[in-house]
Design a protein around this ligand. Structure first.
Ligand code: PLP
Length: 405
């Protein structure tokens, strides 16, 4: 059998793509203007982007604080290139650790309320490295079913066993932990803010449950840092920072850069630093990215009003969408999904909004559970009220599934 045969069929045979679970083949979708992925942006000024010569309002990013185009962040990145060059050309382990990485680690640890932090080249690699480094043979990792893919990939890479519990269901977590042997290490991993639904994990109850069972807890707060807890994240929001063993975050959202980190007590971080393969065997975060994240963190600390603003905008849009008859699920953060259900209906709604000048994201399985296809929208501290008026007008005109909200 030819290994590459499936690739050829995926490209040429629409029925094959549908059999793989796609609403239609990527080529058919492209031909019908229904392909919402890999769209090249010609310009981006944060709240708006130019695509095909047209300017659209961007409500499909993770740029929650609107800092990717902030002059202070741009300047910090440019200065770092001047000082250190464009790349470290090696891993943190051997030759790629800069004074800048250490400064960033110190500031992040302090900001999220942990003893130490360790910076990775991406958030994906932080999850991969930290989880696989911590879990030894026979240890058990327990995941919320809707955790981010990078958490599941970290679990797969580890030598431990993975079990799952129902989304945000602490009684089910309790049941799963009860079934785990107490003679092995147990790690519970959850998203602080769920990236598609905009829900928050009930960390207070999860902490109590972990304590009862002697399990450790890691929170992926990629979408919480800069957004919840006054910016310090979901552990701070729930008042449980001390009881959460490990906090993971990324720079690719509020912190206007690329990269990721894991924070915890000194011994845990020291262990991960010497065992995480995605850190040791991959080149380190480039100087410009480290400097941009550091500058963005400084702005986040100095301008907490940005955190208030992004949440206020999302509150307004969420309640207006609700009044228009849209289902925004259980979102309580600047991620506001419009739950459509059917994949094809979701693509059509995306296309109509796109044509009306509004850029959203389409989430289909496996990014969301089967039958829960949605448009993911998210907001920025730098969006203006009049941009939001325009977005709401577009939603009202386009309507919900079937064309009428
Ligand atoms: C919850 C969550 N964790 C981890 C990641 C990975 O982060 P990065 O984009 O920095 O690799 C993402 C990004 O999509 C995410 O949403």
């Amino acid at each position: 059998m030819d290994l590459l045969e499936k690739c050829r069929r995926f490209l040429a045979d629409p029925a094959y793509a549908e059999r793989l679970g796609y609403p239609m083949s990527p080529r058919t979708a492209e031909a019908q203007g229904l392909y919402p992925y890999f769209i090249p942006l010609e310009e981006s000024e944060g709240t708006t982007v130019v695509i095909g010569g047209r300017r659209l309002i961007m409500i499909g990013s993770n740029n929650y604080l609107g800092l990717t185009t902030d002059p202070r962040v741009r300047e910090a990145a440019a200065d770092a290139v001047q000082r250190y060059g464009t790349s470290c050309t090696g891993s943190r382990f051997l030759n790629g650790t800069l004074a800048l990485h250490l400064e960033l680690e110190e500031r992040l640890a302090w900001y999220v309320g942990k003893e130490k932090a360790l910076v990775f080249a991406t958030g994906y690699q932080a999850n991969l490295g930290a989880i696989s480094a911590l879990l030894g043979r026979n240890d058990v990792v327990v995941c919320d079913k809707e955790n981010h893919a990078s958490i599941f990939d970290g679990c797969r890479l580890s030598l431990g066993e993975m079990r799952r519990f129902k989304h945000n269901d602490v009684a089910d977590l309790d049941r799963v932990l009860e079934s785990c042997p107490t003679t092995v290490g147990r790690l519970v991993v959850v998203d602080g803010v769920f990236s598609m639904s905009g829900e928050i994990a009930p960390l207070g109850e999860i902490v109590d449950c972990c304590r009862r069972h002697g399990a450790r807890l890691m929170v992926d707060d990629a979408h919480g840092i800069g957004v919840t807890g006054g910016g310090r994240g979901t552990s701070a929001h729930c008042g449980v920072t001390e009881s959460v063993d490990l906090i993971m975050g990324t720079f690719s959202k509020s912190l206007a850069s690329v990269g990721g980190f894991i924070a915890g007590d000194e011994a845990a971080i020291h262990w991960i630093q010497h065992r995480a393969r995605s850190l040791i065997f991959s080149a380190s975060l480039p100087p410009a990215s480290a400097a941009a994240a550091l500058a963005a963190l400084g702005i986040l600390e100095a301008e907490p009003e940005r955190v208030i603003r992004v949440n206020a905008i999302a509150d307004r849009v969420r309640s207006s969408l609700h009044d228009l008859g849209f289902d925004t699920g259980a979102s309580v953060t600047p991620i506001v999904p419009i739950v459509v259900g059917d994949g094809m209906e979701t693509l059509l709604m995306w296309k109509n909004l796109f044509e009306a000048g509004v850029y959203t994201n389409v989430a289909l399985p496996p990014a969301v559970p089967e039958g829960r296809c949605l448009l993911r929208t998210s907001y920025m501290a730098t969006h203006t009220d009049s941009q939001m008026d325009e977005v709401l007008r577009a939603f009202a005109a386009v309507g919900g599934p079937g064309g009428g909200a």
